[in-house]
Unconditional design. Structure first.
Length: 385
């Protein structure tokens, strides 16, 4: 646990560095606030996470259809898995993840302002995803799906003891920066600058005020370094428009398909052209449907994937999984208890038991099947000419 004090003019900034799954963090936050009696309490939360912490019924407003339509299935699923891994750590340590933030909020009296210091989590995820290379994306997905949620995996005593140490988060972030540099830059460096700037904005125009800022221990040094820098916060809230070679390849799919059909018709005639079209529909449709069925989809959802895949493969703005997922959500109709049980997912098998996460798996697997179908179909079609 670390407490650092910084003077800025007549105002005082008291940074409390915490481990988000440590009971000691909760106690240290309470002690610091009671001793310093701050005018402002800042927490490393954005508006959405603040609402999740203060309103336990927020999940009732979740719109699974909107998540699928906006193509945010993978982000939402990753968020659920990471949150539940942190929850497991908290259970081993006898605390609740984010308890130190709740403690800080609860200790704010009527005359104490609460300041939300962190960047919108959706902006952070989007910036991280846009800035990652394909190799880094595959690495992080592998880590989430296989390292965090292996069936029967236990969190050992050695890992628990390391997390209790003050400097463990810092060392973890340093390791992360080596493995996935773009993740570290977006999740850590940018947020250090963002939080420091938000603290300065909160104190702007005020005199003789004291703010206690509750932040992750790994952010402490970065925040202090950025307090003296002029950071344009608006630039950190923009989603970068990065040229995507993957999208260029995706737009090349319909062009290549039409080129093959044209060449087939010119050299072999209409019979071969019709055969090529039928094979395209069959290969794409079958593999996308198989993907949906691997996620234990409803048979109708698999049929939807079969019918959609041949068309969506030729349109980069659409995905077969979206249609299969919307069908799955409509047919299975996730219930209140499915939303309530999202926080109880502890293994890969649990993903299939919950109707929410299973619907998202239908989206992912149907898309994967369609992608494989496209890769298989092109060589086959070329062989017919």
């Amino acid at each position: 646990m670390t407490v650092r004090k910084v003077k800025t003019g007549s105002n005082e900034i008291i940074l409390v560095g915490t481990a988000h799954v440590s009971k000691k963090s909760q106690e240290e936050v309470r002690k610091t606030i009671e001793e310093t009696e701050p005018d402002i309490i800042g927490v490393e939360l954005d508006k959405a996470r603040y609402q999740n912490i203060t309103d336990k019924e927020t999940w009732k407003n979740m719109d699974i259809y909107k998540i699928i339509r906006e193509g945010k299935s993978h982000m939402f699923l990753a968020s659920v898995l990471l949150s539940n891994f942190q929850k497991r750590m908290g259970e081993e340590l006898g605390t609740t993840p984010g308890a130190e933030m709740v403690e800080a909020i609860n200790l704010a009296g009527d005359d104490t302002e609460i300041a939300l210091l962190d960047r919108d989590i959706n902006i952070t995820f989007n910036r991280a995803w846009k800035n990652m290379s394909l190799k880094e994306k595959l690495k992080i997905l592998y880590s989430i799906l296989f390292s965090f949620l292996e069936d029967g995996e236990e969190i050992n005593d050695e890992l628990i003891e390391k997390i209790k140490e003050e400097d463990m988060l810092t060392s973890m972030l340093e390791e992360l920066s080596r493995e996935i540099p773009n993740i570290k830059s977006t999740l850590i460096d940018e947020r250090d600058a963002y939080i420091a700037t938000k603290i300065k904005h909160v104190l702007e125009g005020k005199e003789d005020k004291k703010i206690v800022a509750v932040v992750g221990a790994g952010h402490m040094n970065g925040i202090i370094e950025n307090l003296d820098r002029d950071v344009q916060i608006g630039r950190l809230e923009e989603i970068p428009k990065k040229r995507s070679y993957l999208k260029m390849i995706m737009w090349g799919v319909p062009i290549l398909f039409l080129a093959l059909l044209t060449w087939g018709f010119y050299t072999q005639g209409s019979d071969v052209t019709f055969t090529m079209i039928k094979r395209w529909f069959l290969i794409n449709g079958v593999l996308s449907a198989l993907g949906a069925l691997c996620a234990l989809s409803h048979p109708v959802s698999a049929l939807v994937a079969f019918l959609a895949a041949p068309f969506t493969s030729l349109n980069p703005t659409l995905a077969a999984g979206w249609f299969a997922g919307l069908s799955e959500a409509y047919l299975r109709k996730p219930k209140v208890r499915d939303f309530e049980c999202l926080s109880d997912i502890k293994s890969t098998t649990d993903l299939w038991k919950n109707k929410i996460t299973r619907t998202l798996l239908v989206v992912a697997f149907a898309n994967l099947g369609s992608t494989i179908g496209t890769l298989v179909a092109f060589p086959y079609l070329a062989s017919l000419i």
